[in-house]
Design a protein around this ligand. Structure first.
Ligand code: BGC
Length: 766
């Protein structure tokens, strides 16, 4: 059962009350722990079928021959076998009851508990586990188990560091060390098979009975790729057993890696001087700061909506590389092996805005990652015969090389299914530029733009100039044989999203070359020397005016591409209603789908979401209705785009319907779509629908605007944002908007068209 723990009051706690095998993977994902450095799925300590124990570290990839780069699963430290009177217990044991599991997104604390009452014996064991990945010490995961006995029980506890992990059969690590160090420290060291990156994992178990530590009772054992420790304890009625486990992860990619095991052991030893509560408190304080910058509170009849919005933000917080600009956000964050930990356009278009508006330093890291991968993007451009930087569809390590597989499985007709996204889903190139540039606008971080951002903007523009094809007959430039965001339409000519985004990329590059030349000669000259800015500006000036931009036809429609409006229409009711993922593949091959007027996800609507003022609202509405009818939302990126655009159109109930769909993609009671990992982009899409859609916050001609369209069930909402260094608390109800500047900075805001100057706090009725 997916409930809100305090009957609608605490919208920070997600609680599960029925333990079922079927929903195991879902809750492991949704309740996943993390701190941006590492992610740990919330599988149980006890062994049960159908669970996937997984710990991933951001940026730790390996690439085996004939495969793409993939995140490496690290040895597992979560396992704790609890054997009571010879019987392995677990929440799923037939003699277990009173189960509950919860995740507090405010402090990242996972708790689960149950009572084990053997049928053939008096008394029971009350078992409670708590676990968190520290926000204060990125290498640290803490696991605590409390067992209260109301009978006599002989217990055996087995804790381990287990490196017996493969990804679908691929073993990504070699073993270097496997031992037990002083003070019961289970120790495992290894390195990535091909990349060679070393890692170290330590896990120490401390055992207390009725508050007194039991030292010297652990017995060690080791077998291939596993090292474990066993303790036997007899509990009498009323005894309280506490097991505290400290686990640390380090890799050679870390900035604080010294290459010396002793340093890690020393740090681990000093952490082990503190108890669980103290370490939790330290982590909580960091969480508190993070929430302070981004929280959203909603007063509404349905409190689960606020909880789900916070879950989406929680996931963005734990997937974000706060510590490192050489890694980015993968499509599943660090919650699962889906998409092998690859970074897509999802990051810049869906996740980055949340960080740019709430956690600018984190956003800067994400943008810098794309700077580090520029050389890879340049290599790809050369390989395909283009100039500039052609960002990969799927990116991973800072090599920046394309990681999109060329083939995936077989098609129904027994031919290998060629994946073409790496070749022709090129909109990622302008998406990266768009995201990075928006970061610069939202934060006014000119220094970043001059050092890193403009190079991305100019090099992507150079790519597009070389990519455009001249149509002599029509005297215009076109972009042919491309895939837009709607992946059900491959090799199309003039995908509307791509063409407009390219125009944006070129126009913005041209403007910024101009501005930079007069603003900062030194920065201009440096970039000019490397990239040839005068020639770039000249070439943009020649080609941009002739770039074909699909426009409104006689029916008021903007064609998604050159052929979309001529495609065959079929009845899509079955696919639109079905909750089976990508049901259409059962009836048609991808090639056949290409000939049908059906879309996987928002394309033109995605463009509207990014550029609200491109067309008059009656045209937006007309196209919204037309394309929604053809869209079967087979990508998790789709619903939030439709929701945002509908909200801006004032179609609030429709928007709210799509929004609830987006919330339920991962956080719905029965949805298991996230078994392989959270949909990171959807988490960002949820935040954007609330902020850009319902609250109507946006940027117009460099100014912050607010044009609210609250769902009828929402009485009021408050949002924390950072706009150009001004920390804002924006509160909206059905009639008024209050903007408060929390750090004393003055700011001008347009609320429903009315300009106000906020110097402290201001309220406007709308
Ligand atoms: C979507 C893409 C998305 C990718 C990763 C695909 O199914 O069509 O737009 O980037 O998943 O989330």
């Amino acid at each position: 059962m997916f409930v809100n723990s305090t009957e609608g009051k605490n919208t920070y706690i997600l609680e599960e009350r029925d333990c079922t095998e079927k929903l195991q993977k879902k809750y492991e994902t949704v309740m996943c722990l993390g701190n941006g450095y590492l992610g740990m799925r919330s599988a149980f300590c006890e062994e049960i079928p159908e669970q996937t124990r997984l710990t991933l570290i951001a940026g730790l990839y390996d690439k085996q021959p004939r495969e793409e780069e993939e995140l490496i699963p690290l040895p597992d430290v979560t396992s704790l076998s609890i054997v009571a009177e010879g019987e392995k217990i677990s929440p799923l044991h037939k003699n277990s009851s009173e189960y509950s599991r919860s995740l507090n997104v405010r402090n990242g604390l996972l708790t689960y508990q149950y009572r084990y009452s053997p049928k053939d014996k008096d008394g029971s064991l009350w078992v409670k586990h708590r676990r968190f990945a520290s926000m204060a010490q990125k290498h640290l995961v803490m696991l605590e188990t409390d067992i209260v006995s109301d009978g006599d029980f002989q217990l055996e506890l087995i804790s381990s560091v287990n490196a017996r992990i493969t990804v679908n059969g691929t073993q990504h690590t070699f073993e270097e060390e496997r031992t037990v160090l002083d003070n019961d420290l289970l120790w495992y060291g290894g390195r990535a098979v091909v990349a060679g990156t070393q890692f170290r994992v330590g896990s120490r178990m401390k055992i207390y009975v009725n508050g007194a530590e039991r030292k010297g009772i652990q017995r060690y054992s080791t077998e291939r790729r596993i090292v474990s420790s066993t303790a036997r304890i007899r509990l009498s009625k009323g005894d309280e057993l506490k097991i505290v486990r400290y686990a640390t992860y380090y890799t050679a990619n870390d900035t604080d890696w010294t290459g010396n095991d002793e340093d890690i052991v020393e740090i681990t030893d000093s952490i082990c001087q503190k108890d669980f509560e103290k370490l939790l408190y330290e982590s909580e304080r960091e969480w508190e700061k993070l929430w302070q910058n981004c929280d959203i509170s909603i007063e509404s009849d349905d409190a689960t909506e606020n909880l789900k919005i916070r879950l989406a933000m929680y996931h963005m917080i734990i997937m974000c590389p706060w510590h490192d600009s050489k890694v980015s956000i993968a499509a599943k964050g660090l919650t699962g092996m889906g998409y092998a930990g690859h970074v897509f356009w999802d990051c810049e278009i869906f996740n980055l805005p949340f960080f740019s508006y709430t956690q600018p330093l984190a956003a800067r890291n994400l943008c810098t990652y794309r700077y580090h991968t520029l050389d890879g993007a340049r290599r790809k451009a050369r390989q395909y015969g283009y100039a500039g930087a052609m960002y990969p569809w799927e990116s991973a390590s800072i090599s920046g090389d394309e990681q999109c597989p060329k083939f995936k499985n077989y098609s129904p007709d027994n031919t290998p299914r060629r994946v073409t996204c790496g070749d022709i889903e090129q909109h990622v190139v302008c998406d990266v530029a768009y995201g990075v540039y928006s970061y610069g606008q939202i934060t006014e971080d000119r220094e970043f733009m001059k050092k890193y951002g403009f190079e991305i903007l100019f090099e992507t523009a150079a790519f597009w100039l070389s990519r455009l094809e001249y149509n002599e007959q029509k005297d215009r430039y076109e972009i042919r044989q491309i895939t837009g965001p709607d992946e059900y339409k491959e090799y199309v000519d003039n995908d509307v999203f791509t063409n407009y985004m390219v125009a944006w990329n070129l126009k913005t590059a041209l403007n910024e070359i101009d501005i930079l030349a007069s603003e900062d000669t030194q920065a201009y000259n440096t970039l000019d020397k490397r990239l040839g800015l005068a020639e770039l500006a000249n070439a943009i000036g020649q080609k941009l005016p002739k770039l074909y931009l699909p426009s409104i036809n006689d029916d008021g429609l903007v064609p998604q591409n050159d052929t979309y409006l001529t495609l065959k229409q079929i009845d899509l009711t079955k696919y639109k209603k079905s909750c089976i993922n990508r049901l259409i593949y059962r009836d048609y091959s991808l090639k056949e789908i290409g000939d049908l007027m059906v879309s996987k996800q928002a394309d033109l609507i995605q463009l509207f979401a990014l550029m609200p003022n491109l067309f008059p609202s009656d045209i937006v509405k007309k196209n919204f209705d037309f394309y929604e009818d053809k869209c079967i939302h087979d990508s998790s990126l789709s619903l939030s785009a439709f929701a945002t655009v509908a909200a801006r159109l004032g179609e609030i109930e429709i928007a709210h319907g799509f929004f609830k769909g987006a919330l339920d993609t991962d956080f719905g009671e029965s949805s298991i779509l996230c078994n392989e990992g959270i949909h990171a982009a959807n988490c960002g899409g949820i935040w954007q629908t609330v902020v850009f859609g319902f609250a109507g916050i946006g940027v117009l001609e460099g100014n912050l605007i607010i044009e609210p369209h609250l769902p009828s069930e929402w009485r009021n909402i408050s949002i924390r944002l950072n706009w150009r260094g001004c920390e804002l608390l924006i509160s909206l109800d059905k009639k008024s908007v209050t903007v408060e500047s929390l750090n004393g900075k003055e700011i001008f805001v347009f609320i429903s068209g009315k300009e106000i100057c906020v110097n402290g706090k201001a309220t406007v009725n709308y």
